[in-house]
Design a protein around this ligand. Structure first.
Ligand SMILES: [Zn+2]
Length: 269
């Protein structure tokens, strides 16, 4: 089987694309030859959506995860879905409304790490908010952080991907902001997410999906800064109430569904 192509690594805005069924797992998980579905990793939940068959029938996808290795991406069908044939051609459709919010919130985490240059001990992203834990003991004013976040948003800095050799990362170890997690090694290349012209604002290894310009993050604010132990602060980033652009009002104000802990900045963890 040729390796599955993760299309989202090169184009986070690809909401639909064609694919061929490469395998069906014993647990019913669907493996495709390529995918625009992001698989749960690095604090970002996997995509939901559907696979459209030639007949027009839909196979609803309830989630996307990685398999035994990070290179394997498994599309988990919702209960009682039809099972496609191996070799069958399908059109993938991700729930773009949900994914875009995840991209906004994920990007907001990067912006926060620019303002708070402390080691990151954990993070997770949901459609409604995101949280980042920092190894820090300083007290910091949340209104001040919100102001600085919105300065970065309003400046509309470009966000782009750059691949560097592992050796280049070894030569610049300060690029890694995560305290406990290291980017996956062994593939020769590390994916850097860069913010600002010539990465002037930030660059750090990350395998997630991000918006293309900081203004797309929209109006956000720091909801809470919690003290989690003597040297740990948990920041919660929220969309400004009423600033939710799409989706139902309930979805914008509800408590995030995904509370599970994932490590941040870890395309391979
Ligand atoms: Zn990222």
């Amino acid at each position: 089987m040729t390796p599955m192509k993760p299309l989202f690594l090169e184009d986070a805005y690809l909401s639909t694309a064609e694919a061929e069924v490469a395998g069906i797992r014993e647990d019913g998980g669907i493996v495709l030859d390529q995918t625009c579905f992001y698989a749960t990793s690095g604090g970002q939940p996997g995509d939901t959506g559907f696979l459209e068959r030639e007949s027009g029938d839909k196979i609803v996808i309830a989630g996307t995860v990685t398999g035994e290795t990070k290179a394997e991406i498994i599309h988990i069908p919702a209960p009682d879905q039809a099972v496609p044939e191996i070799g069958e051609k399908l059109v993938m459709h991700i729930d773009w409304d949900r994914r875009y919010k995840l991209m906004q919130m994920h990007t907001a985490c990067h912006l926060l790490s620019v303002i708070c240059p402390y080691p990151i001990t954990g993070a997770s992203v949901s459609e409604t908010d995101s949280r980042v834990d920092f190894d820090m003991s300083d007290t910091i004013d949340k209104a001040e952080v919100t102001t600085r976040l919105m300065e970065l948003v309003n400046a509309n800095h470009p966000i782009f991907i750059r691949w560097i050799a592992e050796a280049d990362l070894d030569a610049n170890p300060t690029l890694i902001k995560s305290k406990n997690v290291r980017p996956p090694r062994g593939q020769g290349q590390i994916r850097l997410v860069c913010i600002g012209e010539d990465s002037s604002i930030d660059s750090q290894p990350c395998g997630g999906t991000h918006v293309g310009e900081t203004a797309e993050v929209g109006e956000i604010h720091i909801g809470k800064i919690e003290k989690k132990g003597k040297e740990n602060r948990r920041f919660r980033i929220l969309f400004r109430p009423g600033a939710c652009l799409t989706g139902s009002p309930q979805r914008c104000s509800s408590v995030p569904v995904d509370r599970s802990f994932y490590t941040f900045l870890t395309p391979g963890a």
